[in-house]
Write a protein that binds this ligand. Sequence first.
Ligand code: AMP
Length: 309
Amino acid sequence: MTTRSPVLIVGSMAFDDLELPTGSFPDTIGGSATYASFAASTFTEVRVVAVVGDDFPASILTALETRGVTTKGIERAKGRTFRWAGRYDPDLVGRTTLDTQLNVFADFSPKLEDEHRGCPVVLLGNIHPALQSQVLDAMTGPELVVADTMNFWIQGEPEKLEALLPRVHVLIINDEEVRQLSGIHNIRRAAAEVRRRGPHTLIVKRGEHGALLFDNTGIFAVPGYPLEDVVDPTGAGDSFAGGFVGYLASHLGKGGAVSAHVMRTAMLYGTATASRCVEGVGTSMVQSLVIGDVEARVAQIRTLFELPR
Ligand code: AMP
């Protein structure tokens, strides 16, 4: 018997200044919690803990609420919202961070209400690893802890991140980050080293090439779906995490048990969710994502490795 559990999502809510090959998109709504919450709400009930400044549009909070996301845990602080600026290479694969302004995040201390503390599943989106740990400290013992991070924190806060790892069940990072975190170039060896430090499952995102999963039963690979038009890759990682955790939370066994089958199917759903996300600028696609859109993409991905009869 599986149950549909609510997911607590913690992360950034942001203004992104995007430089895409197709043009500049200043003040685009973004952030790890924003993408992940829109994505996960396709599957299950979501409760967000984050901070925005007084410049953040109320319409986005309304859009989240409309999808069944509880936004009571989003603090509106005096000051400017977190801001990130990035430029994509013409191939839309390479990306350079031009600027990161923490703004209201600099003084943020997550405040959890009872409805957050007791969530059985938590996605620690990409934010300062000390804040990720603080959230776990305040929780009453989540059954499944999924975390994301990025080079900014691997480089800038290695000790805080190291302290978080033993408390994480599933870590989701990209290939460059797993190498940086482990100091090992070979992905398989690097994954073993990262898993030795805590998470029983490691997911390595490989951009347009899909994702790899490493756990104690072996390795599993999902290809990326080759799209004809990638519009904006921003948020693909967070949408993967949101889709992945949303699927897991709606198929959780007793005591948070996740079978190898469900874990691997969640990889397909995460990949499909991310591939939908990149078909529009910013959160435009994930804001209106429905389960049928994700399932149609899952079916398309499955055909990529189906042998003809
Ligand atoms: P992704 O493309 O999945 O890596 O996620 C991009 C999103 O992450 C953007 O919307 C940014 O606002 C957000 N972001 C970028 N850098 C950081 C950071 N250091 N901490 C938290 N969120 C960030």
